[in-house]
Design a protein around this ligand. Structure first.
Ligand code: FPP
Length: 247
């Protein structure tokens, strides 16, 4: 039997010490499927369910922003059938979930090199971002065809162009200016990064934005990451003292 869903913030978590923004690297879908004797794609399908529940849980417990790594620039190297399945899955999920996102006041945003995605997926992405842009609930960011190094290079090129055109002086380049050229402009940095399946890597995810994030790694595979796992991650986060380089 599944554990009951905990809608209220568990009493051992303190609202004022919750991370404002949680980022997740959803790893282990393929291994989960293999363990069940299922094709890898079934792991991704179950991964969507886990992500939907985490989004709801963040909303129920008062976390203001969630960012998920759905597809990296390196993921194009996977077998063609898996890449095509993922692209179709993203599109289908967006089409199916848009109404509920509106009802639940979710503001969705995609970050990454979106121009390289299939046209039909780009159209769903644009529609979902436009329809939800005035929603005031949780900010849900999906990194798709995303690479942290590529993002930093794109920002650098944009600033170099402005310098070349005389619009910006080199000594005006500070963190605020740089951040305004990142895909994530306007979204606060994640306070907590969760990675499932036990890998101890950042894998080119939000390289700039994770500078001061607390990192939580669990052996649990992504499709099994549920509210009790999230509860454990938040307990670990609340026990830490964040010093941002100070004493
Ligand atoms: C990593 O597991 C997972 C992915 C590359 C895909 C994650 C995407 C989703 C859960 C869908 C999200 C959908 C929307 C619309 C936001 P893996 O395949 O690397 O697992 P393995 O390491 O066990 O092989």
């Amino acid at each position: 039997m599944n554990a009951p869903i905990v809608l209220e913030l568990p009493p051992d978590l303190k609202q004022e010490r919750l991370p404002k923004h949680v980022a997740v690297i959803m790893d282990g879908n393929g291994r989960w499927a293999k363990r069940q004797g299922l094709p890898r794609i079934m792991g991704h399908k179950r991964g969507v369910d886990a992500l939907k529940d985490l989004l709801r849980c963040c909303r129920d417990w008062g976390v203001q922003a969630l960012t998920a790594y759905a597809f990296s620039t390196e993921n194009w190297g996977r077998p063609l059938e898996e890449v095509e399945f993922l692209m179709t899955l993203f599109e289908r999920v967006l089409r199916k979930e848009l109404r509920e996102m509106m009802q639940e006041d979710v503001q969705i945003r995609f970050v990454g090199n979106l121009n390289a995605l299939p046209r039909s997926l780009q159209a769903e992405i644009s529609r979902s971002m436009a329809d939800t842009q005035n929603n005031r609930g949780i900010k849900f960011t999906v990194a798709t065809n995303y690479g942290g190094r590529q993002e930093i290079l794109a920002a650098t090129k944009a600033i170099a162009l402005q310098v070349q055109q005389g619009l910006v002086q080199p000594d005006q380049i500070d963190e605020a200016l740089f951040e305004s050229h990142l895909y994530t402009a306007g979204i606060c940095d994640p306070d907590l990064l969760i990675r499932t399946s036990g890998e101890m890597r950042i894998s080119n995810f939000l390289l700039w934005q994770l500078a001061y994030a607390e990192i939580y790694i669990t052996e649990t595979l992504w499709p099994d990451f549920d509210r009790s796992e999230f509860h454990r991650a938040l307990c670990s986060y609340q026990e830490r003292e964040r010093r941002f380089g100070k004493v």
